[in-house]
Structure formats: C-alpha cells, structure tokens
Design a protein around this ligand. Structure first.
Ligand code: SF4
Length: 393
C-alpha cells in the first residue's frame, strides 16, 4: 500500500472539524425504514428518496405491508427512483423473507443482511451503522473516491477500500468517518473538478500533491504510445491489425443499430439519433475490479456527459439479472444492456476469438455514426473531448 506516510489522524481530525454534524441523510424512524430507503438510494439522490419515502412510510412502514403488495404495486410507488422495477422486486422479496425468517424484524448481522435481495455490503453497513450502532464503513461512490484521493486507501473496489479503511481508521470513528467522507465528496471533492483550492485537506492530500492528476498521466502514456495528440478523431478499431478476424469498424462508419433489454428498460440505439450522442461502453465482465472502476467513472461523470449532450450506455453479454444486481448494488443509473447472443459485440468488432469482450468505448454521434473509439479505459476527459469533437464535426 502507498499509504504508509498518510497522516490519517490529522485528516480525520480536520474532517471532524469540517463536518461536525455529518449524519445519515436518509429519513427513517427505524431499521426497517432505513433498509428500504437505502435500497431505494442505490442510483438515486437522498433528497429524492426522502420525497418518495415521505409519501410511502406513513402508510407502508412494516415488512408485512410490502409483502402483501405485488412487485408491480410497489413499483408504482417508487417509479421516481431509478431501477425501480428491480428495486420493487427486491423490496417485495426482502419483505417476504423478513416476515418468514425474522418475524418481521431486520436482522442485525452482516451475514444475515447480505442474504436479503438487493442488499450488498454497502447497504448492510449503512443499516448496521445507523440503525444498530455497529461500527461500520459503508463505501459508496463518494467514500471510494475521496478516501483513495486522500490516500486513506489505495484500492480499486469498494470491498478493498472498506478493508483498508477499517485497518487505518480507529474502530470508534468508522461510522462518523463514513459520513465525513460522503459530505466531503458531495461538497468539495467532486468526481470531476475537485475544488482543491478551497479544500482544507489540500496540504495532506495525495491526489492534490501529485504533479499530474492520474487521468492525465494515463492520457499522456497513451498518447506517447500512439504517437498522436488527436484523441478525438483518429482512432479506429482495426482488428485485422491485431491478428484476429474481428470485423473491422472504423470512425465514420454507421454505428450498427441494436435493441437490447437493459437495466433501464428496452434500449434502442437509433432512438437517440438526432437527440444525443452516445458513449457506448463494451466491458468484459460484471462486477470485476476493472469493470467496476470503469463503470463507476462513467456513473460519476453522468452529469458532465449530459451537459455535453451525451448519454452513457454499457453493453455486455451477461444476463439482465446479473446486470440489474450489479447496477443496484453499485448505483449505476445508466442502461446496462444484456447482449446475450454477443451479436452486438460482434457487430462492433469487440468480440475476441476466444469469446471474450475487448474492453472498448465508442462515441456515436447524433447522426448515428462512429465518431471515436478507444480500447481500454480512456479517461473521462478524453471521452468528453471526443463527444465535443463529434458535436462540432
Ligand atoms: S485536495 Fe482536492 S482531491 Fe484532495 S480531498 Fe481536497 S478536493 Fe479532494
């Protein structure tokens, strides 16, 4: 780990001074309401969840109440939250299990909580910490980003980050540290353009002290390799040059249209033609460290993509159920399409001879043409530059 000399104690002290009133932002009166609110928050702002639960909880506030409803009826109540169909199914099944196995009470152990549908370690930690007073660190996108920037962790996944934070932060501060990091991520250490010049931690922060931000390092290395500085126009996926027989697709080609089921309902690429550019991410496998990092970066930059007139969508041959579980746990609110037959991957030339998927990002312009393509994990700045170039071209 590269965190040996990180002044953990001083960082925590300053965070405690900066956010003395930090607490769980989800409105709840008991463990059950917090469990439901946390499941709903997976891809939704806490403010919106509070609006939704403010409507629901006066009438429906016990597992028996939700277990007596159909998933469709629950779905109608939570439509304002993303991924509402899978969340409705999970809430229904979870409430049935709470009634059948636990007498209508929420269990107070990690082992039992993560057996409930829609409940991963993050949700379980939120419930354990806030409802039962059990020291825990729930790692959401803010905690993951801020703790790794500061050097409190040096990890790629929420699970690794949680383990490292638990090793480095005194147990009695776990729960508060989780809230401090969330507050700091929301208010100062934004995913893009962190406000380092206004940050009270700037003299302690590993990210701020690095001479070149990580994203630019990656870009610089790639540009050195490719020998071009025009990342927004010159790339193509030339599989023939790689010695396999993948179909070649080039910048300027019409993007193969497709219609697939996704975590956000049916996704049809051509439905966005004339409306938006599309950042299309092909990734190898659900819920692996690299893919989690790539899709978390896409999620963190959704507002920027939207502001630049682009929508993000991901494609992978995994099942819709697998995508939904991952999206729900990780909080991905963009469509993740189930390309079960790998036909779309084949059409885009990202299907490898061994059946695997070549990790690739395409930008499809508003006219439906491939405007840019890059294998690997291009930085958000590169993709945004390609989106802008496509809009001007
Ligand atoms: S100095 Fe910058 S990167 Fe570091 S914690 Fe503050 S805002 Fe985040």
């Amino acid at each position: 780990m590269a965190t040996k000399r990180v002044p953990v104690k001083e960082i925590l002290h300053r965070l405690s001074q900066m956010y003395p009133d930090a607490k769980c932002a989800l409105h709840h009166r008991n463990a059950f309401e917090l469990l439901i609110a946390t499941i709903l928050s997976a891809q939704c702002t806490d403010a919106r969840v509070n609006i939704v639960t403010g409507r629901i909880f006066p009438t429906y506030n016990r597992p028996e109440h939700f277990a007596a409803l159909s998933p469709e009826e629950i779905g109608e109540m939570i439509r304002d939250c993303g991924l509402w169909q899978s969340k409705a199914r999970n809430i229904h099944k979870t409430c049935q299990l709470l009634v059948e196995r636990y007498g209508g009470e929420v269990p107070a152990t990690m082992e039992e909580l993560i057996q409930l549908p829609g409940v991963g370690r993050k949700t379980a930690n939120v419930v354990l910490s806030n409802a039962f007073g059990v020291p825990a660190i729930a790692v959401d996108t803010h905690v993951l980003r801020v703790s790794n920037r500061l050097g409190l962790a040096d990890a790629k996944t929420p699970e690794e980050t949680e383990q490292q934070l638990m090793q480095r932060i005194p147990r009695e501060q776990w729960s508060q540290a989780h809230h401090w990091l969330i507050y700091h991520g929301r208010q100062v250490c934004h995913a893009r353009n962190p406000a380092c010049s206004e940050c009270d931690l700037v003299d302690l922060c590993r990210y701020a002290q690095a001479s070149v931000p990580p994203g630019r390092n990656r870009k610089a290395r790639r540009l050195a390799r490719t020998g071009t500085a025009d990342t927004a126009s010159n790339h193509s996926i030339d599989s023939a040059a790689k010695g396999d027989d993948r179909t070649m697709i080039r910048v300027g080609d019409e993007a193969p249209d497709f219609t697939l089921e996704s975590t956000q309902g049916t996704f049809r690429l051509s439905a966005l033609r004339g409306e938006k550019a599309v950042v299309l991410i092909f990734y190898p496998r659900d819920n692996t460290p690299g893919c989690s990092r790539q899709l978390s970066a896409a999620q963190a930059a959704l507002a920027e993509y939207e502001a630049h007139g682009a929508q993000v969508a991901a494609v992978n041959p995994g099942s819709l159920a697998s995508h939904e579980k991952w999206a729900c746990n990780a909080g991905f609110s963009f469509p993740i399409c189930a390309d079960a037959g790998k036909k779309v991957a084949e059409a885009y030339g990202v299907l490898k001879p061994n059946g695997g998927i070549q990790r690739t990002v395409f930008v499809v312009d508003r006219q439906g043409h491939i405007a840019w393509a890059q294998e690997g994990m291009p930085a958000t700045e590169e993709i945004l530059a390609a989106v802008d170039a496509a809009a001007q071209g």
